[in-house]
Design a protein around this ligand. Structure first.
Ligand SMILES: Cc1cc2nc3c(=O)[nH]c(=O)nc-3n(C[C@H](O)[C@H](O)[C@H](O)COP(=O)(O)O)c2cc1C
Length: 151
């Protein structure tokens, strides 16, 4: 199996209530488990998502480009990186979840350069340093709700 990782950010159309987040996580976790996909999702109160998806290349790309990208619940999807990786970073989670604050996200993404024309600067294949920051954020965060506690 060719292991692949894709990280994107997006903006929710309208703020997600806890109930909606719960429904999204429940169905995504079940689906990801079936597809052999692992990953994590961050969500901020002002409606920003950051998601890592990892697994078989075709499964990850199909999920993102054919389903998630077309999901009307969010917009302004922007892939930060995608490419082959040697191992899973979120192997234990079909979709880990952490609530984040807007400044957390700004810090995490602080070093990501603004969009540059793809023809001039190819998108980096993976961003191990961003994954490291996300893993650190996950481990520090309090699993203080069932949304976060479930894998
Ligand atoms: C921010 C966000 C993240 C999502 N993450 C996943 C995911 O990890 N796995 C998944 O199966 N669906 C995820 N979805 C839901 C998909 O967009 C889609 O509704 C689901 O795959 C069902 O596909 P379909 O509606 O095309 O049948 C996500 C949706 C949003 C808005």
């Amino acid at each position: 199996m060719s292991l692949y990782q894709l990280i994107y950010q997006s903006q929710s159309l309208v703020p997600f209530e806890a109930r909606e987040l719960q429904a999204l996580l429940t169905s995504s976790r079940a689906n990801n488990q079936q597809l052999g996909i692992s990953g994590m999702l961050l969500y901020t109160p002002d409606g920003r998502f950051l998601q890592v998806l990892e697994g078989d290349q075709q499964a990850v790309r199909t999920l993102y480009y054919h389903h998630i990208l077309a999901d009307p619940r969010h917009h302004s999807c922007r892939v930060l990186c995608e490419g082959h990786c040697l191992r899973r970073s979120f192997a234990d989670w079909s979709l880990a979840y952490r609530a984040a604050q807007a400044p957390d996200l700004r810090t995490l993404l602080g070093y990501v350069p603004p969009d540059t024309p793809a023809l001039l600067v190819p998108r980096p294949r993976t961003r191990p340093e961003l994954v490291e920051l996300l893993l650190e954020f996950m481990s520090k965060g309090e699993a203080n709700s069932w949304l976060e506690a479930q894998h």
